[in-house]
Design a protein. Structure first.
Lengths: 361, 336
């Protein structure tokens, strides 16, 4: 396709070549809708007040980052890992343990610029080790093993008092405060979350088109053929786990700064599965999917109570709503909301092109 | 057995030594030095028996899980919900009629019906799509968990143990010898032993049914290659429904057992889902003897761990899983 285009349309190859290479690398910069979304996100603090800014949009971005790491593994690597939230929670715990918190007997009191890289490094290591374990199996087995890892971590944090402070968790975790800015203040924190989310989004986009990402997709589609071509499938898979673990760890650090506390409830099995739901509902073929899924999830979680009561139903049935919605998505669209939207657009396009044309299977 | 010793002499030696040490620990009277080092023998024996009986419960849950997986390649992550549902049904029946045995029968039938409906309405439509089926079971487990929370609330329920099973029984296991020379025997709750015996009977019955009957032959053939089986004219959808009903019904029975042993509350579904996952990963996917071995190992590890290293008990379980995955990724007793 691209070869065909470049031979047919060539007005001024010498001047246009770098620009076209750039367009091919970053097609989203050609899309006016993407620019509009970016603009809205950047001027969001002018539109939304503190509650919406943090409880809806910052939370969406954080959950989106964690789900993005799952999307990377599932979409490009074909590995559905349920331990991404566990890695994020581990990073959060490490920030609380190495940094400053209300539990002085546990926290080591390091400054944030030392504690955060430490937490990121340890969580990445944790995710890589878990991944090295999980790649020994394939397909549905991966789900089971990563779920077992996530559940074991949850029960461990519940039982362990020396490091994780049992079921009470670690409270009043200190947040960064430098250059005269309190980075946990609503607007500043929103921009931090937005910046990290944007970096993660573009990093995933970039890696998916880099040689490593293409090899990973090759491993997903046919690992035996890739092995015959001289690639090491397991090394690629473990590297993918490491990359995804780093993204999840970034999300986990932001999450602990957002809530200022962490407890086993934050890494429970239900929460692990929520991340899967977010990624699947959004769609696991594109990096934008997890953020859409996270927005839907956060909106439902926040407003389902009011809406259900308004319809005269029990407001506590929000999880039922989430579960049924998830079931519906899994039933009717294997590619989440993105898939539904693309199908709808394609149908519209085809009906305008050849109205009344026969459907083909 | 002989082949195993021939092929892995070192492993066989380790296993034999471990069994011998365990047997000595169980039957001998401990010398004072050992009691000073790791505590009373009574504590140890209780932990071992608790572990084995807990293993019986885990086997009941995991055998249904592994049966369903083995035949239909369906990782039923709603299995924990089926367990909890069976427990609630059993509680409702036993508190309504007062009959403990009846609660088993009704729980089996009710949960098996749920299994039949699931197989007919949901899983049959997406046959061969492993990942999608697994996602659906996740969605179902969320829906079931919330529905059960709606109906039964967040309270703890315990199924009443029948009067003829209440109380301890004396086992012919010496725990100590009094200074007067009089031997002290171990006291142990009768109900746990009865339930363990029942799960052993169920396990053996399942093994016999799978290996000695015609329907078992069909199921085993389906585990090996269901396409060829279907091509030979067996009505495979019927077999699928039956196996799903049996697996779900076993989870329901396990729910009643768990409700008598321990208690029923929201969150137990996840706990038993995790237990059956680990048991099946350790024992080998799709293998009934594997589920039995894995269940006993995990039950013992959990109970001994919670007695001797309380804060790291879950880590022991996890380490066993990691070790098995590292040495034998397909599980201890899986064929492939």
């Amino acid at each position: 396709m691209s070869l065909l285009q470049s031979t047919q349309f060539r007005p001024d190859p010498s001047a246009d070549a770098p620009r076209r290479a750039w367009v091919r690398a970053w097609p989203e910069f050609q899309n006016p809708a993407a620019w509009l979304v970016a603009l809205v996100l950047v001027i969001m603090p002018l539109i939304a007040n503190g509650f919406f800014l943090i409880e809806i949009f910052a939370t969406t971005l954080i959950l989106g980052i964690i789900a993005l790491s799952l999307m990377f593994l599932a979409g490009y690597g074909g590995m559905v890992s349920l331990m991404q939230l566990t890695i994020a929670g581990f990073a959060g715990y490490m920030v609380a343990v190495f940094g400053i918190s209300g539990n002085a007997n546990i926290s080591l009191g390091w400054p944030w610029w030392l504690a955060t890289p430490m937490a990121l490094a340890l969580a990445t290591l944790f995710g890589t080790l878990g991944g090295a374990l999980a790649v020994r199996t394939e397909g549905i087995y991966t789900i089971m093993i990563t779920l077992a890892i996530g559940a074991a971590f949850y029960y461990f944090t519940n039982q362990n008092w020396a490091i994780f402070n049992g079921h009470t968790g670690i409270n009043t975790v200190a947040t960064p405060h430098f250059w005269g800015v309190d980075w946990r203040a609503d607007i500043a924190f929103y921009y931090v979350a937005l910046g990290v989310a944007a970096i993660c989004y573009f990093a995933v986009q970039y890696v998916s088109r880099a040689p490593f990402g293409l090899a990973l997709q090759g491993v997903r589609d046919n690992s035996r053929r890739m092995a015959a071509l001289g690639f090491n499938p397991n090394a690629h898979r473990i590297a993918a786990y490491a990359f995804a673990a780093f993204i999840a760890a970034l999300g986990g650090v932001l999450q602990v700064w957002n809530y200022r506390q962490i407890s086993p409830g934050s890494v429970s099995v239900g929460a692990c599965i929520d991340v899967l739901i977010i990624a699947v509902v959004g769609g696991i073929t594109r990096p934008i999917g997890p953020f859409i899924g996270a927005l839907i999830f956060v909106l439902l979680r926040t407003f389902a109570l009011d809406v259900l009561i308004k319809f005269g139903l029990d407001g506590n049935r929000f999880r039922l709503l989430i579960g049924l919605g998830f079931l519906a998505i899994v039933f009717w669209s294997s590619d989440g909301v993105i898939g539904l939207w693309e199908r709808w657009r394609r149908r519209n396009a085809s009906s305008t092109q050849r109205s009344g044309g026969g459907r083909h299977g | 057995m002989a082949r195993f010793i021939e092929r892995h002499p070192a492993w066989a030696l380790i296993v034999i030594i471990a069994v011998a040490v365990l047997a000595w620990l169980v039957f001998a009277i401990w010398p004072p030095g050992l009691e000073a080092a790791i505590g009373r023998k009574r504590v140890f024996l209780n932990a071992v028996l608790n572990g084995i009986t807990l293993g019986g419960l885990y086997f009941l849950v995991a055998s249904g899980f592994t049966l369903i997986f083995g035949l239909m390649r369906n990782v039923n992550l709603a299995h924990g919900s089926l367990y909890l549902f069976g427990g609630y049904v059993g509680y409702a029946i036993s508190s309504w009629t007062g009959s403990w045995l009846l609660s088993f029968i009704i729980a089996f039938i009710a949960v098996a019906l749920v299994g039949v409906i699931l197989q007919l309405v949901v899983f049959r439509r997406m046959e061969g799509q492993d990942l999608r089926q697994t996602m659906v079971t996740i969605g179902l487990s969320i829906v079931f968990a919330d529905l059960m929370l709606w109906v039964f609330g967040g309270d703890f329920y315990q199924i009443q143990t029948p009067s003829w099973l209440i109380g301890p029984i004396q086992l012919p296991l010496l725990t100590a010898i009094k200074s007067s020379g009089e031997p002290v025997y171990l006291q142990y709750p009768l109900v746990r032993l009865v339930i363990f015996a029942a799960s052993v009977v169920i396990g053996i019955a399942m093994w016999l049914a799978l290996n000695r009957t015609r329907i078992g032959m069909i199921v085993r053939a389906g585990v090996d290659d269901r396409d060829i089986l279907a091509a030979t004219g067996v009505r495979i959808q019927l077999v699928f429904v039956l196996v799903f009903a049996l697996g779900a019904g076993l989870a329901g029975i396990a729910g009643v057992v768990g409700g008598t042993f321990q208690s029923l509350s929201p969150g137990e579904d996840t706990r038993f889902l995790l237990a059956s996952l680990v048991v099946v990963i350790v024992g080998g996917m799709g293998s009934i003897p594997g589920a039995a071995l894995g269940a006993v190992i995990i039950g013992l590890a959990e109970q001994l761990g919670s007695v001797y290293i309380p804060t790291y008990a879950i880590v022991v379980t996890f380490l066993i899983m990691v070790l098995v995955l590292a040495l034998r990724p397909q599980g201890l007793l899986a064929r492939r």
